[in-house]
Write a protein that binds this ligand. Structure first.
Ligand code: ZN
Length: 650
């Protein structure tokens, strides 16, 4: 018997008996064997100790490779479960998967875990790593597995195996001689290879199999990374994110609040609304320049239109409904059922359908700052990031199939420029193509996907493919921006839609006089103003660039003799369209400067007797040593000229 192993570089090696990944790694070099975490066998990740019994293409996956990370995290979950069972006998294990940053494990235990327990568990985990217990895979019959877990008093595991995994051979992973768990694997060869880059973070409630009518469990969460440096960087990021939390800054900078009487809807305070307006003005200028036509459509729309559009059938549970007695109409009592619009698209089609449209009207770019409401469970809401009432920077481009390409290119360019203006240079794209269940002919999909791909390539944005993740009605692009502390936010979208124009009977007269359906492109750049402002607050940590800042400048007199001059300066700046306040309190100038700095005001305009006599002002810029004394008119011109690309304050 001979087993041929093929390596990624095409080299081959023969073995005369089944061979493990670890032995192969050892044969290549002891160094490689030491760093190895897993072996990829014909594209499938295996344990290093599992014998390879037939010809295979393999590659050794070392601990530092991204493919190993999920296993490291899953190992950490197992090691935690063992630690918990060693420390708290009688605690039952249930499930413990890896997560995006670590892992969790759900335990059944009557007594609640405390913060102190977490420390104990983490210490015990480090001991188990130190013991370097071998992790071994065993294949058990269904009956053996049920018997074992029942005998061990693991009623949850036993139930799961008995009811969910009938008549199957099962894999069991053992750590050392005693502790074991049912698991698909793969795992690292020993607990020592987990390393120490993990940390337990919190404990919360959970239910057996996610079902609130079933037993309550306790879920312990942890972080796990391949290296200490990565763990440290992640902890630093979390700390930074907490400092920048938009809900906290929203309070300290007096921007907005939320309250129970209007769940998931924002009360914008004057300063928050000034920020909102500055952003809205900016977006409007960009859309105007890019040939969009702004419209406004009703908030309450009759059920019939939502039935026609398909939302009533597919989106009803996210819609707020209002019913009203219309009284007697033409001898009949009438009752209207209206939905608060969850999106603007059907309304835009209504405007498109007014009068006769011709090919000469296309592409027609219809924009709306559309106020939408969607029901979200209250548990899913989060500050400005996830709300029930929001305003989209929405637009629909009605165009011909041939125009999809040029419209997508123009959109990508606009989006890239706007993100840059708003402080985000790092933008990537996710491209979702045809799902299995879809409307429209394949030839149309071919052309639409081709148009999107070419447009993204032309814009030079990096993109990844999400195969089969497109909408039922067409392919889509999703735009992801990276913020100042390395977090990714999906904001913009462009979706091609072949279906809605058909459903709502939108048409135009083509060059040859026949009636055609337009294609609709749904597109947004910010996504929603609420969420985007949340992202802006966190990205800038509340220190907005001058052109966006809610209060752009505060005029502060050094002595009360300069009060009337300070008021004149304040008026002049306001006349020039700047958002300015005067601070005429009887306080020391350094106290005022400190306080306004803590409010992250970009510019403090200091005026004293000398300035009043000479008609000048002294500008102090946030985060800079430099100050500048100059005639009032010049100062006005400088501040007024501030925009996305000419920012003065750090
Ligand atoms: Zn739409």
């Amino acid at each position: 018997m001979s087993i041929n192993i093929t390596f990624p570089d095409g080299n081959q090696k023969s073995f005369d008996a089944p061979v493990t990944g670890l032995a192969i790694a050892q044969a290549i070099s002891p160094g490689l064997a030491k760093k190895a975490a897993l072996v990829s066998v014909n594209g499938e990740l295996w344990d290093l100790a599992r014998p390879i019994e037939a010809d295979a293409a393999i590659s050794i996956i070392t601990r530092d490779k991204p493919e190993a990370l999920e296993t490291i995290r899953h190992d950490a979950a197992h090691v935690m479960a063992q630690a918990v069972q060693e420390l708290y006998p009688g605690t039952q294990i249930t499930f413990g998967p890896s997560t995006e940053t670590g892992f969790y494990y759900d335990f059944a235990r009557a007594e609640p875990f405390t913060e102190g327990d977490l420390e104990q568990i983490e210490q015990r985990m480090r001991q188990i790593v130190k013991r370097d217990l071998p992790i071994t895979r065993e294949v058990w019959s269904h009956a053996d597995a049920v018997r074992h877990f029942e005998a061990a008093g693991e009623t949850f595991k036993a139930e799961w195996i008995r009811d969910g995994l009938q008549d199957r051979m099962l894999t069991i992973y053992r750590q050392g001689d005693q502790w074991l768990d049912l698991c698909l694997g793969p795992h690292l060869p020993s607990t020592g290879r987990l390393g120490t880059a993990f940390k337990l973070t919190k404990v919360s409630g959970a239910y057996w199999r996610g079902d609130a009518s079933k037993a309550q469990l306790q879920r312990i969460y942890g972080l796990a990374f391949a290296t200490e440096d990565e763990l440290k960087a992640h902890l630093k990021m979390i700390e930074e994110a907490e400092k920048r939390d938009h809900r906290k800054l929203g309070r300290t900078l007096d921007l907005f609040h939320l309250q129970e009487e209007a769940i998931g809807q924002v009360f914008w305070h004057p300063k928050g609304w000034a920020l909102y307006r500055a952003l809205e003005d900016y977006v409007r200028r960009q859309l105007d320049a890019a040939g969009y036509q702004e419209v406004r459509t009703p908030m309450l729309v009759d059920r019939q239109l939502w039935e026609d559009s398909g939302h009533w059938a597919n989106y009803r549970r996210n819609m707020f409904i209002a019913e009203v007695d219309e009284g007697e109409i033409a001898g009949q009592q009438r009752r209207s059922v209206l939905a608060v619009k969850p999106m603007n698209c059907p309304c835009h089609v209504q405007i498109f359908r007014q009068g006769t449209r011709s090919y000469r009207d296309l592409p027609l770019r219809m924009a709306e700052f559309g106020a939408c409401h969607r029901y979200e469970p209250s548990g899913a809401l989060h500050g400005l990031m996830r709300v029930r009432g929001f305003v989209q920077d929405d637009a629909h481009i009605f165009c011909t199939e041939a125009q999809i390409s040029s419209e997508t290119v123009a959109f990508c360019d606009l989006l890239k420029r706007m993100y840059r203006d708003l402080g985000f240079d790092d933008v990537s794209v996710k491209f979702s193509d045809r799902p299995d269940n879809r409307a429209g002919e394949d030839a149309i999909w071919d052309r639409a996907e081709d148009a999107l791909r070419k447009a993204v390539e032309q814009t030079g944005l990096p993109y990844t493919l999400n195969p089969g993740e497109g909408a039922f009605y067409g392919p889509k692009l999703e735009f992801v921006l990276r913020d100042a502390i390395g977090r990714d936010w999906q904001c913009g979208t462009l979706q091609v839609d072949f279906v809605l124009p058909e459903r709502l009977d939108a048409g135009y007269v083509a060059e040859d006089g026949s009636r055609h359906r337009p294609v609709m492109l749904h597109r947004a750049i910010l996504g929603s103003f609420e969420r985007f402002i949340g992202i802006l607050i966190e990205n800038f940590a509340g220190a907005f660039p001058l052109w966006l800042a809610p209060v752009q400048a505060v005029v502060a007199p050094i002595v009360s003799d300069a009060d009337s001059y300070a008021s004149r300066v304040c008026d002049a700046l306001r006349q020039a369209g700047l958002r300015v306040e005067a601070d005429l309190r009887n306080e020391k100038i350094n106290y005022k400067i400190r306080e306004h700095a803590s409010q992250k005001i970009p510019v403090i305009v200091v005026v004293g007797r000398k300035e009043a006599e000479e008609g000048t002002v002294t500008l102090r810029f946030r985060g800079q040593e430099r100050q500048q004394t100059l005639p009032l008119a010049e100062a006005v011109a400088i501040l007024q000229g501030s925009g996305p690309n000419t920012d003065l304050a750090a």
